[in-house]
Design a binder for this molecule. Structure first.
Ligand SMILES: Nc1nc2c(c(=O)[nH]1)N[C@H]1C(S)=C(S)[C@@H](COP(=O)(O)O)O[C@H]1N2
Ligand SMILES: [Mo]
Length: 527
């Protein structure tokens, strides 16, 4: 601590730190309020977080997904808050000695936020406003607080602690700042909710038409009902979520538009939701998987999608696939938050059920899963096919354009690799000897699963019993009954797809086009 001087020129560091943190809090709160008026993505925390996500190398992103799963976004924001807190303390301590420097540091942080906001896809100059407001407010509040902290105690006031300041005046100023900040933060929240009220209502009011081509009922034997195995259809609330959006885009279905244009598009189209829903809708069960899914990982889910066949729409726009002489081999989907995903035109138009989906398991898409419209293409990983919050489809070539993840060391083309997962028993489970069901799911979308085998401790492969197939685009459950003997054992699984190809045991990481290897689980069987 700085020693107290009789003439009271320099308040202690601790006081400076308090000034810094209170000022930063005020800046953030006012910035949130401003962001609610601009758009949620422009809030400094979200903007900086988004800019960090955009610049995160594939390896680090994979590490974050592995370590924190879907909480990776929360961890990121907390990290940014921690850095901001440290800078705030530094700015406050500095301001006590060199007021202009401290203030410049606070304001400079606002500028960093603004630059981050402007660097995001789809940004306009307005996105800089919240961070600039925040920086100015923080600088101003820091100035007021530090000046107040330096003001000597009025004559006759009760003596304070070590520092001879006007404690009451300073305290009032801090209290007032906190009250105003809390008020601004709260108002920002309310205003934000108000801003997306139209979107919320548009989803609540959306009545999905009945499918012209309903999905056949799921075969009774598709779900083996083995305790611990993923349900055959994944409920929306437990469906995995992978995206770069730090705030879930809430798109108003009433103002939503989709534009289809680009190379070889003879008749460019712009559709609103009503026009899209006026087309024949098909219903399909399709399993979606993420390229970032490690062997045995959780990023796979199976849903009943309702949507328009994308190939029909493209044909309507005059698009021909490359095999019929079309000039474009890549369909670039762009979302409202500027994400781009590139899908082979050939795959979309080769007869598979590539959908512009509006429904998921009997309800409009949840906001987190792409409301009002997303793409789903059986057989391709999500990052090359499953654009959420879709707003544009552009036809181009793979030579001419790299989509978001391709620029970050992922492959341009990424068909789903055959995978199988042991859901039960869990890794390191402690089991009683005797009959133990070993069970899980296996997927090879659009090729289908024909066989699943299990082995114990590297012994011979044993064929598992498969759940009924619900087409070739969904995963299949499997179960094998194991006579477990005391001791430590390793269980392994592998699948064979309908082309006869056996899942490779060669271990490969998720980058650049999906992990390979057999899922193995070590368990302990009690004596
Ligand atoms: N707009 C947008 N769409 C996106 C993504 C994204 O980050 N932004 N991520 C993709 C990835 S990597 C996957 S695996 C799927 C996941 O879809 P889900 O979150 O509905 O499971 O969405 C895809 N669509
Ligand atoms: Mo993904």
């Amino acid at each position: 601590m700085t020693p107290v001087k009789a003439d009271g020129r320099r308040p202690p560091r601790m006081l400076g730190a308090v000034c810094g943190v209170v000022a930063a809090g005020a800046g953030l709160a006012l910035a949130e309020l401003a962001a609610a008026a601009v758009r949620p993505e422009s809030s400094p925390l979200t903007a900086v977080g988004g800019a960090v996500v955009d610049r995160t190398p594939a390896g680090l992103k994979e590490w974050a997904i592995r370590e924190f799963g879907t909480a990776d976004k929360l961890v990121l924001i907390l990290g940014i808050v921690a850095v901001l807190g440290a800078v705030a303390v530094a700015a406050g301590v500095l301001a006590v000695r060199r007021l202009t420097l401290g203030i410049a540091l606070a304001a400079g942080f606002g500028v960093i936020g603004a630059v981050a906001a402007l660097s995001r896809p789809e940004a306009t100059w307005r996105d800089a406003v919240p961070s600039l407001v925040g920086g100015l407010v923080a600088a101003g509040v820091l100035y007021l607080l530090v000046t107040a902290a330096k003001r000597p105690r009025p004559v006759g006031a009760p003596p304070g602690g070590t520092w001879a300041m006007d404690r009451r005046g300073f305290g009032r100023l801090v209290a007032a700042t906190l009250v105003v900040s809390a008020g601004a933060g709260y108002a920002g929240r309310r205003l934000g909710a108000f801003g997306s009220a139209g979107a919320t209502a548009s989803r609540a009011n959306l009545v999905l038409p009945a499918p012209a081509v309903p999905a056949p009922p799921v075969p009774a034997g598709a779900d083996l009902r083995v305790p611990g195995v993923s349900r055959f259809l994944t409920p929306n609330r437990s469906f995995y979520r992978v995206d770069t959006a730090l705030v879930v885009p809430r798109v108003d279905a009433d103002t939503w538009r989709l534009r289809i244009h680009g190379e070889g598009v003879a008749r460019p189209l712009t559709l609103d939701l009503r026009q899209l829903l006026a087309r024949p809708l098909v219903e399909r069960d399709i399993t979606l998987t993420c390229v970032s899914n490690e062997v045995g990982g959780p990023y796979a889910g199976n849903a009943r999608w309702l949507g328009v066949r994308l190939a029909d729409l493209l044909r309507e726009a005059g698009v021909r696939p490359p095999s019929q002489g079309g000039p474009a081999d890549q369909l670039v989907a762009r979302s409202v938050d500027g994400m781009t995903l590139g899908t082979p035109v050939e795959a979309v138009m080769d007869g598979r059920d590539a959908l512009l989906a509006v429904g998921m398991n009997g309800e409009p898409l949840p906001f987190a899963h792409g409301f009002p419209v997303r793409m789903v293409v059986p057989g391709l990983y999500g990052y090359v096919s499953a654009c959420k919050w879709l707003r544009e489809l552009r036809l181009t070539t793979f030579t001419a354009y790299d989509a978001y993840w391709v620029r970050r060391s992922w492959a341009q083309q990424a068909p789903v690799k055959t995978q199988s997962r042991i859901d039960t028993p869990r890794a390191l489970a402690d089991l009683a000897p005797g009959r133990v069901p070993v069970a899980g799911v296996a997927w090879a979308q659009h090729r289908g699963i024909s066989r699943v085998e299990v082995r114990v401790d590297g012994g011979p492969w044993r064929e598992a019993r498969l759940g009924d197939a619900d087409g070739d685009d969904t995963w299949r459950q499997w179960v094998w009954l194991w006579e477990a003997t005391p001791g430590r054992h390793t269980l392994e699984v592998r699948a064979t797809d309908r082309t006869g190809a056996v899942q490779t045991g060669e271990r490969q990481g998720t980058v650049p086009d999906g992990a390979t290897g057999w899922h193995s689980v070590a368990v302990n069987v009690r004596p």
